[in-house]
Design a protein around this ligand. Structure first.
Ligand code: UDP
Ligand code: MG
Length: 248
């Protein structure tokens, strides 16, 4: 059992969370690209893989990857709990001042963290906007509709909340509530917090070259539309408390 109090990520400035669910055919390339990035990341960086109950060989492969690198760590779930849960676990177990997120399918590149990190001190969240999207028509259209509706409902003004390349100040990230679909509301959830601001930066996008997408029209479009109502409720009820004094 790992300790939720602190761990090796505290020795780094930046922890990159990589959610992994049945991605065995991506792990070799993932190890190489992440390791290349670690060599010239502009912050001292470590990797935290979160295996979300994979049923293929992903977890065994991650064990060997983490044995080879002193700056790569993993957590594994007992059973599949979804991308939002994997991200939340990564945030709960990260103790570096900054946390980031990238998908295991490398549709964005870790190289582009170096485009986001220069803004990480000024903004609670720095998030990518995928340029030249390399997804199929159905995915691009459903994503456009979902983004438009979410912007109207949340007023978050975010162009591409689904972009799998993000950097957050860990203190802000740890206050984000967990619910299924949370990963699509990160800018809106950051804005709820006192002092919560975000910046968007264009990043590169690539086709998925191995493994399969876990999302389809229903969970990409209708789930997030319904969650907009939950967000509006949460916005009305959200509490930011301020500590005046303590001897803790
Ligand atoms: N993922 C996960 N748990 C799930 C579904 C997906 O951890 O239940 C991971 C998956 O391995 C990938 C990321 O979340 O790293 C995004 O998934 P995917 O690429 O299938 O989504 P898409 O890019 O098609 O929206
Ligand atoms: Mg993907």
């Amino acid at each position: 059992m790992v300790s939720p109090e602190s761990n090796h990520t505290a020795e780094f400035e930046f922890t990159v969370i990589v959610p992994v669910f049945n991605e065995q055919d991506n792990i070799v390339r993932l190890e190489k690209e992440l390791n290349d990035f670690l060599g010239h990341a502009i912050m001292r960086t470590c990797i935290l893989f979160v295996d979300d109950g994979s049923k293929d060989h992903s977890l065994e492969l991650l064990h060997t990857v983490c044995e080879r690198h002193r700056d790569m760590f993993y957590l594994s779930f007992r059973r599949n709990a979804g991308l939002s849960a994997a991200l939340k676990a990564g945030i709960d177990y990260a103790f570096s001042p900054w946390v980031g997120y990238i998908d295991a399918d490398l549709q964005t590149t870790p190289e582009d963290f170096n485009l986001l990190l220069p803004y990480a001190s000024q903004y609670a969240l720095v998030t990518g906007i995928r340029t030249g999207r390399k997804d199929g028509l159905v995915k691009r259209i459903s994503s456009k509709i979902a983004n438009g509706f979410r912007r109207m409902m949340t007023h978050d003004d975010a162009v591409d909340t689904g972009c799998p390349l993000k950097v957050m100040q860990t203190a802000f990230a740890k206050r984000i509530p967990l619910f299924t679909g949370m990963h699509r509301f990160l800018p809106a959830l950051i804005l709820l917090q006192e002092g919560g601001n975000y910046k968007q930066c264009p990043v590169h996008h690539f086709p998925r070259t191995a493994g399969q997408s876990k999302y389809h029209l229903w969970n990409r479009l209708l789930g997030p539309l319904r969650d907009c109502f939950a967000y509006r409720w949460m916005k009305k009820r959200y509490i930011n408390y301020q500590i005046a004094d303590s001897n803790i």
